[in-house]
Design a binder for this molecule. Structure first.
Ligand code: FES
Ligand code: FES
Length: 180
C-alpha cells in the first residue's frame, strides 16, 4: 500500500490529508465527513457521486483522490450559508424535486454548475437543461421538478440581472442630471 499527502480546497477551506494512491475521490471525501457525496453504481453511470472539481461536475467515483491534489472541490455541504439554503437547494424543495433524496446532492451540484455557467441568460432551453443533467439518474421524480427548479433559478437570475441593469441606468441618469 502506498500513501501520499495531498492538499485541496474543499468548499472554500484548505484541507490536507494522507490518502492511499488507489483510493477514489469519492471514498476519500466520504471518509472525511463529506457524506452528501453518495456511492450509487461506483462506475460512472448514475451521477450520485457528482462533485464540482474547479467548478466542473465530475463523477468522484471515477477520479483518484491523488489527482485532486491542488484542486478546488465543491460538495453540497458547502452550498448553504449561515443556515440558509442556496437558491438551487430552495428551488429543489419548492418544485418537489426531492423525493427519496439519494440522487439529490449530485443533481444539485450539476444544476449549480449549469446555472452559474448560464447566469443572466434567458434563452436556455429545456433540452439544454435535460442534456446537462443526463449523467444524473433519479428513480423517483420523473425529472420534471428538477427541470422546473433549474428553470426557476435561471429566471430569477435573469430578473436580478435586469434589475441591476435598470438600477445602474437610473444612477447614470441621476448623475447626469446632477452634473447638468
Ligand atoms: Fe459515481 Fe454512480 S457512484 S457515477
Ligand atoms: Fe430518489 Fe432521485 S429522489 S433517486
Amino acid at each position: 500500500m502506498m500513501n501520499r499527502s495531498i492538499s485541496m480546497h474543499i468548499n472554500g477551506r484548505p484541507v490536507s490529508m494522507r490518502v492511499d494512491v488507489r483510493q477514489s475521490l469519492l471514498e476519500v471525501l466520504r471518509e472525511n465527513g463529506y457524506t452528501s457525496v453518495k456511492e450509487g453504481c461506483g462506475s460512472g453511470e448514475c451521477g450520485a457521486c457528482t462533485v464540482l472539481l474547479d467548478e466542473v461536475p465530475l463523477d468522484a467515483c471515477l477520479y483518484l483522490a491523488v489527482w485532486a491534489d491542488g484542486r478546488r472541490i465543491r460538495t453540497v455541504e458547502g452550498e448553504s450559508k449561515d443556515g440558509q439554503l442556496s437558491a438551487v437547494q430552495q428551488a429543489y424543495l419548492d418544485t418537489g424535486a426531492v423525493q427519496c433524496g439519494f440522487c439529490t446532492p449530485g443533481l444539485i451540484m450539476t444544476s449549480t454548475a449549469f446555472i452559474e455557467k448560464h447566469k443572466g441568460k434567458n434563452d436556455v432551453t429545456r433540452e439544454e437543461i435535460r442534456r446537462a443533467h443526463a449523467g444524473n439518474l433519479c428513480r423517483c421524480t420523473g425529472y420534471e421538478g428538477i427541470i422546473q427548479a433549474v428553470e426557476k433559478c435561471l429566471k430569477d437570475e435573469a430578473a436580478d440581472a435586469d434589475r441591476v441593469q435598470a438600477d445602474s441606468c437610473v444612477c447614470d441618469i441621476t448623475s447626469q442630471e446632477e452634473e447638468n
